[in-house]
Design a binder for this molecule. Structure first.
Ligand SMILES: [Fe+2]
Length: 282
């Protein structure tokens, strides 16, 4: 099973000044995912789907996601609005019509996907309350033998980028306590930081996915600014190889298709081949 993760698409309303060209970047990400020879079974977008939580932005997001050839699962980030997200994606059955949170389980593939809603309206930081953590513990307890991936917007760890860490996740210690009791959790997939980061967390592996558009400059201490940089965007591909080998995570840069110089054709080494035309980018 292959799970593709993209994040922080930050789509604006059509016609609005798109300084960061987020719509163009998402269209490119969709084309990138559709072109994978091994097609992902599903795509999860880990929050900050749109920029201001407006209905017109979600409708624009729908249009941009329409060409995707695989199911897509959405969850909110701090730039989102639950009500408008539900309204614009009313046909997405996993998004409950009512209730304070958009937590859900996707149980249709070998790896279970559990989405957690960390949005606190009007706040850049996130939160998991006791009720959500109890819900998570129940979901994990009901299927202890099923490999599980948790997806949520705010990462439950500090990044070292000081300004971003000021907008972290309340409830991360309690989340860690739940995860330690449930070793079937293969990954905790997050967004928010607009950078690829991987670390050990509560007996599992937690990571953040780059944005499909703008990245946060890697300013490690003692720097304490927050700046965007147009580093190459990327998606993450989480490949489940089965009980024995578990999950492998690949970072896949989103770029125009480049020609391949084949070294081995699966049966033997290809002798004397030369780089194809266009192999060296100009
Ligand atoms: Fe974001």
């Amino acid at each position: 099973m292959l799970i593709a993760q993209i994040s922080d698409t930050h789509i604006g309303a059509p016609g609005r000044d798109d300084l960061l060209r987020t719509s163009w970047h998402l269209a490119r990400a969709v084309a990138h995912l559709n072109r994978r020879e091994r097609r992902p079974d599903l795509v999860v977008i880990t929050g900050d789907l749109v920029d201001h939580g407006e209905v017109g932005e979600y409708e624009h997001l729908r249009e941009l996601l329409a060409p995707l050839r695989m199911p897509v699962f959405l969850l909110p980030g701090n730039h989102d609005d639950r009500h408008n997200l539900r309204r614009a994606f009313a046909d997405h059955a996993y998004l409950q019509r009512e209730g304070p949170y958009l937590n859900y389980v996707v149980d249709d593939w070998p790896v279970r996907l559990v989405a957690l809603d960390t949005l606190v309206p009007g706040q850049p930081g996130g939160r998991l309350c006791d009720g959500q953590l109890a819900w998570l513990a129940d979901r994990l307890a009901e299927a202890p033998a099923r490999p599980t991936v948790i997806a949520m917007h705010h990462p439950p760890f500090s990044s070292g980028v000081a300004v971003l860490d000021a907008f972290g996740l309340a409830g991360s210690d309690a989340l860690a306590a739940v995860l330690r009791r449930h070793p079937q959790v293969e990954r905790v997939l997050c967004g928010h930081l607009h950078r690829p980061i991987v670390r050990r967390f509560a007996g599992t592996v937690a990571c953040t996915c780059p944005s499909t558009a703008h990245q946060v400059a890697l300013d490690l201490p003692p720097a304490d600014r927050l700046a965007f940089v147009m580093e190459p965007p990327a998606c993450m591909l989480h490949l489940w190889l089965g009980e024995e080998e578990g999950t492998i995570t690949h970072l896949s840069p989103i770029a125009d298709e480049r020609p391949l110089w084949v070294m081995h054709d699966g049966e033997g080494w290809v002798r004397g081949s030369r780089p194809p035309a266009g192999f060296h980018p100009t």
